[in-house]
Design a protein around this ligand. Sequence first.
Ligand code: PGA
Length: 259
Amino acid sequence: MPSHHKKLIIANWKMAPNTLAEAGQILDSVDEYLGSLNEKEISLVFCPSFVFLEEVGKILKTSHLEHQASLGAQDIFWEDAGADTGEVSGPMLNKLGVKYVIIGHSERRWKLGESDEVVNKKLKAVLRNEMVPIVCVGERVRNDNFKEFLKEQVEKTFAGLSQDDLGKCIIAYEPVWAISSNPDAHPDAPDSALESIGIIKKTLLANGHLLMANLYLYGGSVTSKNVTDFIQQQEIDGVLVGGASVNKEEFVKILSLIK
Ligand code: PGA
């Protein structure tokens, strides 16, 4: 688990890059950057596609990456065993050295129809298999009802979790309208991100969770142009970077802006 004063940067590579060679180049660039620093207050998690997990995991055990980067997966199946064509189980991920798993990403919720109930089952699978869930929540549109929407999504996503388990979760607030894969994406402003993080915390408290989630991240078209605005907020413990994390120059630039 990263210590709390370090900013946490999650690289969600989504369905990219196409080859392991390109993945290696991104990691080389980050490694070189980390090597140029004396000390850096960041922890990194790389979440490649399932097909590259094993090899990326090996690279992350080398050089400067070894002390600052961990392996993450982009999804999990909710059962640990069974006849489930195409799915990947928690025990499989854990054995590969995966430490973090992204759950409830908006692309899975909206493009693949994952309900809050499915996300909740996957969240429990991550915890059961002793990995750290990175739970994505966020409203689809910021209209008059967005607070109600967010509240309901948070309640259903975290339903039935013990205080202890909630304390193990990382919550990524990702407004769907600000995510680069959305054709109408427009960048969020820190103020509205802070308002939403406030709503998420209040909802969890109202549901009897006195202990809060471990860390709160912001994700939604984070680039070198806006990362500083978000990361300098005390309430934001890190960022989840999608599209920009597979562009090695841009990603290193983002890292260089994190103080
Ligand atoms: P983006 O994606 O940075 O490409 O907008 C963020 C995410 O949803 O992971």
